[in-house]
Write a protein that binds this ligand. Structure first.
Ligand SMILES: Cc1cc2nc3c(=O)[nH]c(=O)nc-3n(C[C@H](O)[C@H](O)[C@H](O)COP(=O)(O)OP(=O)(O)OC[C@H]3O[C@@H](n4cnc5c(N)ncnc54)[C@H](O)[C@@H]3O)c2cc1C
Ligand code: SF4
Length: 446
């Protein structure tokens, strides 16, 4: 164990079992009943509440906080779920510091917002632990809808369609449903198999069947689905990964950050997961932070995140950047990958070019830096891994209007794969839900 901890290369077992356990516990431990009361009491129950306007799913935040403060967490959960059936996951993963909590008047006044995310988690946990189901299916309509993708967008869409009495079949390429909730979100944000528990909770409404291991483009065609079903919703996310466009990037040890995180999320024994002693992560978003932090938590000694622009341009929130720094990750700015250095086909370092903004354009300054490392994670954005199967694309995503309708009148799309979103779980949920309302309106039409 001691040898593995300090050895170069990509190796498993860098930590003791107790260290793995401690490193991967809940990032934000839940509030207990008393703490929830105290926190709920801090809310001013604002009229035209700015927190609510900042929530992509428009949850009535002052109402659910009031319900908690009056000892009715179940009612609070119903308020949350009526807008966002994945309110439990969103309570864990939403960058609240950029959404509701940033807008909270107590943030403005004292720099200390009401802890809306933790209160939402408290209420939804109470309801889910009791398996309280708040929604019933309307009378069966006889309409059948295919949902492709069992991520947040697909699940939210399916639940709302089931509520309206439609029959839904979800197809997903992966062995388990949940999308990035199951395969992508950092493990310390969603512990104890919560993603699967939430899928069970959402589908308990009835009228939803899930077929895993069925991929659009491989096992299913969009034309066939559009013919066999009354409507189709595409929530296939972004399965492709951008290339570094650096020389030599195909050598052993250069890995897609999303694949690394998926392996980590599916691992039942973290000590079996190999990680480099010195790791470099290329990128400035949430995925880059998650890969960097989790490699540090797996025992990497030195983890450096490298971003080609400045701190202020990073997609990762200040909270995420601070989290990375607190876990011992070094973040370096104004550096772009140029060449992966290797010996015997394995990574030994990365050469980077210094960059600067000149007349609004990012250019290399001509200077370079080298960081020695055994592993490089690519986290420079995901791409649509589909040609759209016949629906129009725009800017590399499926083109949709404000209701999620594509160029084909029988096909809707939402979440990361569709134009207009911001690649957050909560936005995917909002888009899936709203597309379901649009589908229902069209199918119930005259
Ligand atoms: C590493 C990482 C960490 C993140 N962390 C956060 C976070 O902390 N907070 C946050 O708000 N957001 C986070 N995000 C973003 C968030 O996870 C996504 O915005 C959200 O999951 C999008 O939901 P979706 O349903 O559109 O797509 P996905 O969650 O990607 O789900 C798409 C589903 O479609 C399936 N699929 C794909 N192609 C096919 C096909 N051809 N046929 C059938 N099925 C297919 C996939 O298997 C998958 O189940 C993170 C993203 C990543 C990559
Ligand atoms: S803005 Fe803050 S104080 Fe006002 S209702 Fe929302 S959570 Fe409560």
């Amino acid at each position: 164990m001691v040898e593995a901890r300090h050895a170069d290369g990509i190796r498993p077992g860098r930590l003791d079992p107790a260290e793995y356990r401690a490193n991967f516990t809940d990032l934000h431990p839940p509030l207990d009943r008393h703490e929830a009361f105290v926190e709920a009491d801090r809310c001013y129950f604002c009229y035209d509440a700015p927190c609510m306007n900042a929530c992509p799913t428009s949850i009535d935040i002052p109402l659910f906080i009031r319900e908690i403060s009056t000892g009715n967490p179940e009612g609070a959960a119903q308020t949350i779920f009526s807008q966002n059936i994945l309110g439990g996951m969103c309570a864990r993963v939403c960058p609240t510091e950029q959404l509701c909590e940033e807008a909270c008047v107590r943030e403005e006044a004292e720099g200390k917002p009401v802890k809306i995310g933790l209160l939402q988690r408290y209420a939804t946990d109470v309801a889910m632990e009791k398996n309280l189901q708040f929604f019933e299916r309307a009378r069966a309509t006889g309409k059948r809808i295919a949902v492709v993708g069992a991520g947040p967008a697909g699940l939210a869409c399916a639940h709302r369609l089931a509520m309206h009495g439609h029959e839904v079949t979800i197809y997903d390429a992966r062995p388990k449903p949940g999308g990035l909730n199951e395969y992508g979100i950092a493990s310390y944000k969603t512990v104890d198999g919560f993603a699967q528990a939430e899928v069970d909770y959402v589908t308990a409404i009835g009228g939803i069947s899930i077929e895993n291991g069925k991929a659009l483009g491989r096992d299913l065609s969009l034309d066939d689905l559009a013919t066999a079903f009354d409507a189709v919703f595409l929530g296939i996310g972004l399965g492709g990964v951008n290339a570094l466009r650096a020389e030599n990037e195909d050598v052993e040890g250069v890995v897609d950050a999303v694949d690394f995180i998926a392996d980590l999320r599916q691992s039942t024994d973290l000590s079996s997961l190999p990680v480099g002693r010195r790791v470099v992560v290329i990128g400035g978003g949430m995925t880059a932070v998650d890969a960097a932090v989790q490699s540090k938590l797996l025992g990497a000694e030195q983890v450096t995140m490298v971003y080609r622009r400045g701190k202020e341009h990073m997609n990762a929130s200040t909270f995420e950047q601070d989290l990375a720094a607190a876990k011992g990750v070094t973040i370096r700015h104004w550096l772009a990958p140029k060449r992966v250095l290797a010996e015997g086909g394995r990574v030994t370092g990365i050469e980077l070019a210094y960059t600067a903004l000149v007349d609004g354009r990012l250019v290399e300054t001509g200077e370079t830096a080298t960081i020695a490392c055994d592993q490089v994670f690519k986290a420079i954005g995901q791409t649509l891994a589909s040609d759209g199967g016949g629906v129009e694309l725009a800017g590399g995503k499926i083109a949709v209007n404000h209701e999620g309708r594509t160029s084909n009148p029988k096909i809707w799309a939402g979440g990361d794969c569709a134009t207009g979103g911001d690649d957050l779980t909560v936005t995917a949920v909002a888009e899936g839900r709203d597309a379901a309302e649009s589908i229902n309106r069209i199918l119930s039409g005259p």
